[in-house]
Design a protein around this ligand. Structure first.
Ligand code: IPE
Ligand code: IPE
Ligand code: MG
Length: 249
């Protein structure tokens, strides 16, 4: 066996399968800088980043992660040049067209986090198609965060709760952490146990603000297009060393 394969195998062996994070969230950051370092256009970084999406989705499902949330496009990313946004949307369409059958075959359920009604028509159709086709799958749920913002999600939830109260569908006294959860894009899903952010930035950038109350964080100094299977295993091993106290002792 080659050295690299050996490293990957030995990392994999270190994972305690009885203590896997149920839900892993990833802020896929650093594509632009990865490309810049190679004198390539930013879109080339996004394209390479998409290859890592394929890889990590497969690896996560294989080791038994039940929920994987990938931050693909934030509510703030609309600030970027139109050319870059179009490139990202095109890649999303390409990804779904190329991968939907494999995702379905691997029993993966695709869900979107964020207001996908604001996406351009073509990516929106592909996302809706993926959600519909895979809705009964149950090996792993793949949440793709698209036009997602944590603050928007909380505000949207609040509005919908107020509407339901107004229409008599909900009693305000029933509002608690459990009932609030049902108004989020992640309804019926557990909170992330582990959040991974490559790229060197030490911030949340509006991702899953409500859900990360007790999430463990792993930050990496590499760019997302360089994030491989071995880094994913390292993050899980690191996570398994954490003492999660939830405010207790
Ligand atoms: C992440 O990479 C992809 C998206 C935000 C869509 P970036 O494009 O943010 O790359 P950097 O952070 O500029 O290097
Ligand atoms: C976060 O990355 C959003 C995604 C990865 C989709 P950004 O590159 O947009 O975040 P900031 O601007 O560095 O905070
Ligand atoms: Mg970035």
């Amino acid at each position: 066996m080659e050295n690299k394969e050996k490293t990957i195998e030995s990392l994999k062996e270190k994972i305690d399968v009885s203590n896997l994070p149920n839900h892993v969230a990833i802020i896929m950051d650093g594509n632009g800088r990865w490309a810049k370092k190679r004198f390539l256009p930013r879109t080339a970084g996004h394209k390479e980043g998409m290859e890592r999406v394929k890889e990590i989705v497969e690896v996560a499902a294989k080791i038994g992660i039940k929920y994987l949330s990938l931050y693909a496009f934030s509510t703030e990313n609309w600030k970027r040049p139109e050319k870059e946004i179009n490139g990202l949307m095109k890649l999303l369409v390409q990804y779904l067209r190329a991968e939907l059958n494999t995702l379905h075959k691997n029993n993966i359920k695709v869900q979107a986090l964020g207001d996908i009604s604001k996406l351009p028509l073509l990516p929106r159709i592909e996302v809706e198609k993926a959600i519909e086709k895979t809705k009964n799958n149950d090996k792993m749920t793949l949440n793709i965060a698209l036009n997602y913002g944590g603050r928007d999600e909380i505000i949207e939830a609040t509005k919908n709760i107020l509407k339901d109260v107004e229409m008599g569908k909900m009693d305000i006294e029933e509002l608690n952490v459990n009932t609030f959860n049902k108004y989020l894009y992640t309804k019926n899903q557990p909170d992330p146990d582990l959040l991974i952010r490559p790229s060197g930035e030490l911030r949340i950038s509006n991702f899953l603000l409500y859900q990360i109350a007790y999430t463990e964080f792993c930050f990496y100094n590499i760019y997302w297009p360089d994030f491989r299977e071995e880094h994913f295993y390292r993050a899980i091993i690191d996570y398994q060393k954490r003492d999660r106290r939830y405010g207790g002792i």
